[in-house]
Design a protein around this ligand. Structure first.
Ligand SMILES: *Cc1c(COP(=O)(O)O)cnc(C)c1O
Length: 439
């Protein structure tokens, strides 16, 4: 395969004296503009909502598609004191990335929790590195506990451990009885100096619904806390709430809340908009119109001709498709705004392209900016609108956005103490398009 410059290959000149031939980031015909100030404001809002708890910004999956490091710095600027990522390797990348650019004026290094790893020799080496980097680890099974203990023995210092109890999601963690046995093992390892059991935690199944599952999960969680107390555990943080718990259920807050989606300004609650919840969506997905042309009445459009023009009209071709994570399910239903008007995708979404029927009197021309989703403040569709069109949730819409779509970070939250951007970093702020997009 020939090497194709991706959006991360910003610098195509090897000689630093010569300006780059072009920037693959800015030459890419689409971009996700991510407002760092919105992320910081959303975290401030969540801190108000959970005023007696600390806030862990959950930044898994490249910060729900928003770009890991800039999002992390913005969340810290908004007052998050903890960061969480699912994957062990993401946690290591996050800690190393934050340390790279830590300036003396930065707030203290955040606590960082990770909870997904499976045993094996390579995982062992990664766990060793995580403990060296002061990353908090979760154990949701005896196997995970053993893996953490083995890594801590090698490092020669106790690993900070959060024991995960399954209170009813039936996913990670142990149900109450086996959890109680795991707790006893963990406390024995603590006495031997291999771990420090600092956290007890669980995850909610349906806090966004009006349903008594959360009450039952709370009962189990409180019982786990009682048993830990009885066993002599001295934990620092008990935590249970995701975004929905944080926003709707103060009784789930405990010492620390773990919002993810709401950090990015999206609503986890069906029927409640971000604005209802005091949140601002941080991502706007834009594409440059590639070409506009006249088409006759009766013209079938895109693969399979599932759309046919009803009259002589104009068609606009957009350079985004399912290779960029645009769900093919939105063929014929996905909303796009261009030149102040909303259109519906005409026919099938292709790998790299999609077509709009912009109407016979359209003023749209090549180079205009089409907005697929954004905050909705200027009438553009939102990630929620896209979720409805695709039969999914807004989590999936933003998270599945392809890695090749450049993330352009605008706003200043978390950037003040940051030295000039490293042009090779996939998430480095890009000043040129920032100015363009904030103008
Ligand atoms: C994803 C996740 C969260 C955040 O969930 P949201 O619904 O996005 O707020 C919190 N805790 C755990 C364990 C998670 O996996």
């Amino acid at each position: 395969m020939s090497p194709v410059p991706g959006p991360t290959d910003a610098d195509h000149a090897s000689d630093p004296a010569t300006p780059p031939a072009f920037s693959a980031r800015t030459a890419f015909p689409a971009r996700a503009v991510v407002d760092l100030d919105a992320i910081a404001d959303n975290v401030r809002r969540l801190r108000q909502v959970a005023a007696r708890s600390e806030v862990m910004a959950v930044l898994k999956a490249d910060a729900y598609g928003h770009g890991l490091l800039p999002s992390a710095r913005a969340a810290l600027a908004g007052g998050a004191t903890w960061l969480g990522v699912a994957q062990l390797v993401e946690a290591i990348r996050l800690r190393e990335g934050l340390a790279d650019r830590t300036a003396v004026t930065d707030p203290p290094a955040p606590r960082l929790l990770t909870w997904i790893f499976s045993p094996g020799p390579e995982t062992h080496r990664a766990l060793v590195r995580a403990i060296e980097l002061d990353i908090d680890l979760s154990a949701g099974s005896p196997v995970a506990l053993d893996a953490v203990v083995a890594a801590a023995r090698e490092v020669g210092r106790p690993a900070r451990l959060h024991l995960k109890v399954d209170t009813g999601l039936a996913r990670g963690g142990q149900f109450l009885e086996p959890w109680t046995a795991m707790l006893a093992d963990a406390l024995a390892h603590e006495a031997a100096g291999h771990v420090a059991v600092v956290g007890l935690w669980s995850h909610l199944a349906r806090a966004e619904e009006d349903d008594d599952t959360t009450d039952r999960q709370l009962d189990v969680f409180r019982e786990a806390l009682r048993r830990a107390d009885e066993a002599g555990a001295r934990v620092q943080v008990r935590h249970l709430a995701n975004s929905a718990g944080t926003l709707l259920r103060p009784d789930t807050h405990f010492d620390l809340v773990r919002p993810g989606l709401s950090v990015f300004g999206l609503s986890p609650v069906p029927g409640r908009s971000p604005a209802d919840l005091g949140l601002t969506p941080a991502m706007r997905l834009e594409a440059d119109v590639m070409l506009v042309k006249d088409a006759p009445a009766g013209q079938g459009v895109s693969y399979g001709h599932t759309y046919t023009t009803q009259r002589a009209t104009r068609l606009a071709d957009l350079p985004l498709g399912y290779a960029d994570g645009i769900p093919r399910h939105v063929s014929g239903v996905g909303p796009v705004q261009v030149a102040g008007r909303r259109h519906t995708i005409a026919g099938r979404v292709c790998m790299d392209q999609m077509v709009l029927d912009v109407g016979p009197d359209s003023t749209v021309s090549a180079g205009d900016t089409a907005v697929l989703w954004g905050s909705g403040r200027d009438g553009e569709p939102t990630a929620e609108d896209w979720a409805r069109a695709a039969g999914t949730i807004s989590y999936e819409i933003v998270t599945r956005l392809g890695a090749r779509v450049p993330r352009v970070h605008v706003g200043t939250a978390g950037t003040a103490a940051t030295p000039p951007a490293d042009p090779t970093s996939p998430t480095a702020p890009d000043p040129a398009p920032s100015q363009k997009t904030t103008a």
